[in-house]
Design a protein around this ligand. Sequence first.
Ligand SMILES: Cc1cc2nc3c(=O)[nH]c(=O)nc-3n(C[C@H](O)[C@H](O)[C@H](O)COP(=O)(O)OP(=O)(O)OC[C@H]3O[C@@H](n4cnc5c(N)ncnc54)[C@H](O)[C@@H]3O)c2cc1C
Length: 309
Amino acid sequence: MSVHCLIIGSGPAGYTAAIYASRANMKPVMYQGIQPGGQLTITTDVENYPGYPDGIMGPQMMMDFEKQAARMGADIRYGMATKVDFSSRPFKVEIDEEKWIEADSVIIATGASAKWLGLESETRLNGHGVSACAVCDGFFFKGKEVAIVGAGDTACEEAMYLSKMCSTVHMLIRKGEMRASKVMQDRVLNTPNIKVYWNSETLEVLGDSKVEAMKVLNNKTNEETVIPVSAFFVAIGHQPNSGIFSDVIEMDETGYILTVPGTTKTNIEGVFACGDVQDKNYRQAVTAAGSGCMAALDAERYLTAAGLV
Ligand SMILES: Cc1cc2nc3c(=O)[nH]c(=O)nc-3n(C[C@H](O)[C@H](O)[C@H](O)COP(=O)(O)OP(=O)(O)OC[C@H]3O[C@@H](n4cnc5c(N)ncnc54)[C@H](O)[C@@H]3O)c2cc1C
């Protein structure tokens, strides 16, 4: 028998969809994927999610989300969606390469993953001054000197954001030019407290238990310098987790799922997408949760109109 609503992914978007779908009696089944709880399980303090006046640790917040979804009746399962067949109804989704689940509607909430430089020290100090999200973590470094790596529009936007609260933003650009649009470059270059380092690569983030400095190589002169900073932001892009949908669901050139503006509808009726996998712009827990709510409501209306619930 097919499930009414299959939710793929267990970040803020997936759990919120599960809460709404359960309360609408859609008996949702969720597959959590390889990272139950999603991206927030790899961070420490979350201070910008409404409802937690004293802030909350990311992993605890996601346990709260899960508990609430389970209490509403969501059937939460460990497992990975490995293939989809949306060519006929009910839709079919393969789990862990071994079994197929049939579903009347599908909510894709598979999120996105930040790209990292791949340094051992970057991994070790992740959440202790190393971050891939200036909007999330910049506030913790108010008045401090920080670094940002990246040369695209997002890196420029994040550098501008940080410049409003940090004393100095050291911006490392690997080449002698930026990829960002001219207007963004001009903004960065005309901001007095952003210091741009051209042809510069990070060799190491320094610090035992928190970020204290970074070791930088000028790849033109081979000169190495140590720059004291309290935080190290990586802004070299995100990878939406949309690979298994690539042949069937419409996406932009970077793999973000396209939805009908103002809704979570994809190009396939009955398949919805929410959270970071369809949002390259805001990428926040609260916006992911908001779109998870939208996806459940869109799915409920679809199922009702189709006479499936
Ligand atoms: C270090 C860090 C700190 C952050 N701090 C903040 C903060 O302070 N405040 C804030 O608002 N935002 C913060 N963010 C951003 C926030 O985490 C994301 O915007 C949010 O988690 C996106 O939610 P999501 O539900 O779309 O996806 P994600 O949280 O990315 O979750 C995706 C889920 O999909 C699952 N999945 C993926 N592929 C499959 C598959 N094939 N089958 C089944 N499941 C699958 C994964 O296991 C995971 O459970 C931070 C992000 C990072 C990386």
